[in-house]
Design a protein around this ligand. Structure first.
Ligand code: SF4
Length: 263
């Protein structure tokens, strides 16, 4: 095994700034092979990544965390993506149903502390359950979404999952996104047309009014300090824990280097 640090990845990512999303997805597929999956919450940026994977004819599974309280429109979008794009969509679920969780802990999402616990149990833990199956995840974070994503990296370390996160759309502007959606008639979650700029659980997501920040509709009942759930570690990391361990071969492939281990 070999250590891969955020510093090494950041250096590499600087050389990736001019690459297109499709080139970044190709790099990820070539580098990680069948140890790569894409994460999608079935929002429009996730649909764009899914469409690109399908158009590039790559065999990359899509992972979707179904918290048990998703909008029907989101579940239908997931099913359409699988059927119409011919992709393998794997749905991950929490251990407890929302009813079982509520009986055990009460209605958690009504307080800031409870929200953290609820998001961890319903979004982060289902991913942790599959820890070790993949070395990298394609995400769909964009700098154009602002807030903590304003400087989201193209490549990041995910210490909790011991994986590399790749954000091929990091540099995709709103204009590029609109143009891509129109040109390719991408399957889009219908909730976007109803004013939802981002989409999560039906308990904690509301539409956004004109002029409001994009993430104003998330956990609106808790105030503006609760806008991220923790499923994307780059939203919450303080940058202090920034190394993972992968096979030496894979670290060489990621960094584009060859190491002679015979002494
Ligand atoms: S978004 Fe709300 S309902 Fe969904 S997991 Fe987080 S706190 Fe729970």
């Amino acid at each position: 095994m070999a250590v891969l640090t955020q510093q090494q990845l950041s250096k590499l990512a600087k050389t990736f700034e001019d690459r297109t999303p499709e080139e970044l997805i190709h790099w990820a597929a070539e580098t990680f092979g069948n140890r790569l999956a894409a994460l999608s919450a079935m929002q429009q940026s996730g649909s764009v990544v899914a469409h690109m994977i399908s158009r590039l004819k790559l065999d990359i599974p899509i992972l979707f965390v179904d918290t048990g309280v998703m909008f029907q429109e989101t579940l239908e979008t997931r099913d359409r993506i699988a059927q119409e794009y011919g992709l393998s969509v794997r749905t991950l679920t929490p251990k407890l149903s929302m009813q079982e969780q509520t009986e055990k802990y009460g209605v958690l999402y009504l307080s800031a502390e409870g929200q953290k616990m609820c998001c961890h149990m319903r979004k982060v833990e289902p991913l942790l359950e599959i820890k070790g199956e993949y070395d990298a995840f394609l995400g769909s974070l964009r700098r154009a979404d602002g807030g903590r994503r304003g400087d989201c990296p193209i490549l990041a370390i995910d210490v909790e999952m011991n994986t590399v996160r790749i954000n091929p759309l990091a540099n995709f502007t709103d204009e590029q996104m609109d143009a891509y959606l129109k040109e390719h008639h991408v399957i889009v979650n219908p909730l976007h047309a109803q004013g939802f700029s981002t989409i999560g659980c039906n308990r904690c997501t509301t539409p956004v009014l004109p002029g409001e920040p994009k993430r104003a509709g998330r956990w609106r009942h808790l105030g503006p300090w609760s806008q991220y759930c923790g499923i994307n570690p780059t939203d919450i990391d303080d940058g202090s824990s920034t190394a993972i361990e992968l096979s030496a071969d894979l670290v060489d492939r990621i960094l584009g280097q060859k190491t002679d281990y015979i002494i």
